[in-house]
Design a protein around this ligand. Structure first.
Ligand code: PLP
Ligand code: MN
Length: 391
């Protein structure tokens, strides 16, 4: 039983200056502008948007996005789906392969629960083994009667070379396998290219995605020629969603990071006609030690993920940098370029994490600030409901 509640005790109305460090903070004004931009983009392009909750892992944020017009949320794991459902989200897509019986059992119980309350659960699949295992669990579940309650999207490899079946004929075979099971519905295609999201050059990213769309186009044609209804074609992340929307092939976009952004996405040149999103996720940190040539802050790699690069110092200009050097788990080293001033002992720095998803998974909660980083006040605390929900 955990007795420490830490940052969850932060009261609404607390001035930002009194917020402890290191703390993960959301600039709510910036986040809400990002939401408005994505909602307007999706409406203008006539596509659904189903933001990926693997990024924020927070049911309150998933609900906020749905209130702004999102069709539901994506998750990667059954346990994430359970956390979102427990927090009131009713339309959930597990955009990932689920194979183990322990997981399928929970998936089917959740589908029954969502279906009974007018909601919906969908899942991706890329093997006959997974579809047959899912069908077996659905048959065993006594609450399943009536129309196909579990939607299955066939994952198609469009160039990331991660999961997904490889050819149009394999997609067709798997789609037919799903359609043959009365308690499952073939709902369409999952066609996501993770590798393309972070290609920094807009021109290169565009070229990679055009090859991917050619594959999607071919598969959709083959499926329709065989009488299969392709209701949904889903994919896209923050790097490519404008291209999927323009392709005319996708019915649904699933970007996640746009909501809060991160330092690496700041380096990804937006596609033409794509909204530019603001940084809305920060680690508030304090200088706790000063040497002649560096300052030490209390945010190390237990505060922010470093898989996509080190954080950016938001209020340091280009002159002050976060380095790793002799820092570590709990310390960050701040250096300044020649001639620039180092922060003083006690100064507050705001870090933009290199990668939002794994950073959030390091924290129990995120503090929502209203009125900016300098003079804002705490509006509410967002619990990271699906933190560590890996199974
Ligand atoms: N869809 C899938 C299947 C993903 O794996 C991811 C992220 O890795 C996303 C969507 C969202 O991408 P992003 O957070 O980069 O917008
Ligand atoms: Mn990510």
């Amino acid at each position: 039983m955990r007795t420490y509640t830490g940052v969850l005790d932060v009261p609404a109305g607390l001035p930002v200056s009194e917020l402890d460090t290191p703390t993960l903070v959301i600039d709510l004004d910036a986040m809400e502008r990002n939401v408005e931009q994505m909602a307007a983009f999706a409406a203008a392009h006539g596509v659904l948007w189903r933001p990926h909750a693997k990024m924020h892992k927070c049911a309150a944020l998933a609900r906020h996005l749905i209130e702004a017009g999102a069709s539901g949320c994506c998750v990667q794991k059954v346990a994430e789906a359970q956390a979102m459902a427990a927090g009131g989200v009713t339309d959930i897509y597990i955009s990932n392969e689920v194979l183990a019986h322990s997981k399928l059992k929970r998936l089917v119980a959740l589908a029954a629960q969502l279906h009974a309350s007018g909601g919906r659960l969908a899942v991706a699949a890329d093997s006959v083994l997974a579809v047959e295992a899912l069908a077996g669990h659905v048959r065993q579940h006594e609450q399943y009667q009536g129309p196909a309650p579990v939607d299955v999207l066939v994952e198609f490899n469009i160039g990331q070379n991660r999961a997904g079946v490889q050819t149009a004929s394999e997609v067709l075979m798997l789609a037919q396998t799903v359609s043959d099971v009365p308690s499952l519905r073939f709902a369409g295609l999952h066609a996501y290219h993770g590798g393309a999201q972070h290609i920094e050059s807009a021109v290169e990213r565009h070229a990679v995605m055009q090859q991917a769309y050619a594959k999607v186009h071919e598969v959709v044609q083959v499926l329709r020629a065989h009488g299969l209804d392709v209701v949904t074609v889903t994919g896209a992340g923050t790097g490519t969603f404008a291209l999927e929307a323009a392709s005319g092939l996708y019915t649904e976009l699933q970007p996640g990071s746009f909501l809060l952004m991160d330092a690496h996405y700041a380096c990804v040149q937006p596609a033409a006609q794509q909204p530019v999103f603001e940084q809305a996720l920060f680690v508030k940190t304090q200088v706790v030690s000063r040497a002649t040539h560096h300052a030490v802050v209390d945010a190390g790699h237990k505060s922010h993920a470093i898989d996509s690069g080190l954080p950016m110092v938001w209020n340091g200009g280009a002159q002050v940098q976060y380095g790793f050097g002799n820092g570590g788990d709990e310390h960050g080293l701040i250096t300044a370029l020649a001639g620039a001033e180092l922060p003083a002992l006690g100064d507050v720095l705001w870090l933009v994490p290199g990668h939002c998803d794994p950073t959030i998974n390091l924290h129990d909660a995120m503090v929502g600030l209203r009125g900016g980083l300098l003079h804002g006040v705490v509006e509410r605390v967002f619990q990271v409901d699906a933190r560590g929900a890996l199974w």
